[in-house]
Design a protein around this ligand. Sequence first.
Ligand SMILES: Cc1cc2nc3c(=O)[nH]c(=O)nc-3n(C[C@H](O)[C@H](O)[C@H](O)COP(=O)(O)O)c2cc1C
Length: 182
Amino acid sequence: MRIGQQSHTQMVNHCVYFQKNCVNIVIMLTKQLLIVSHAPSPNTLELLEAVRSGAQHSDIEGIDVIVRTPFDATVDDVLDANAIILGTTENLGYMSGALKDFFDRIYYPCLEHTRGLPYCCYIRAGHDGTGTKRAIDTIVTGLRWRAVQEPLVCRGTYEDRFVEECRELGMAMAAGLESGIF
Ligand SMILES: Cc1cc2nc3c(=O)[nH]c(=O)nc-3n(C[C@H](O)[C@H](O)[C@H](O)COP(=O)(O)O)c2cc1C
């Protein structure tokens, strides 16, 4: 068996080509994009679906998109992730209790193992969003995760443009992972 003419970077990036008996076998090395989102209403479900569909854009290859509610997401989900998208509503000036529960459960088990994890977040806020943005920033600063996009705050009366913005957020995260930017 001979490994073909790929550079090392090309090989470890997405595909490894093996040549055996004149047959090329391509093994895809997928990366995992984890979406942890609290979506308690039809609007927030629509935003989550937009993030997911952007991340699963047909032009993007080699990315496994895993969607979890904050209550279902586990430490292993985070340890296995190559990048993470956090989604929450703003409730009483803070992130949802569901997302806070996620952080409470994964913080110490992940602290020494996920430094530099690329992340971004989107927030659905009826009025404001500032408190949630600050709260998430405080926790991920402690975890030393790496913000690779500005937080997206879908603020005020629900608008159709939020859907497109969420789709773009998901697509940008997946495309960044695919290309190895992160
Ligand atoms: C109990 C409760 C508290 C809320 N607190 C805030 C808040 O502090 N700031 C804010 O911007 N929106 C607040 N909202 C509005 C929610 O963020 C918003 O309703 C939620 O994101 C769902 O969006 P949707 O109404 O478009 O489905 C609150 C909603 C509820 C039910």
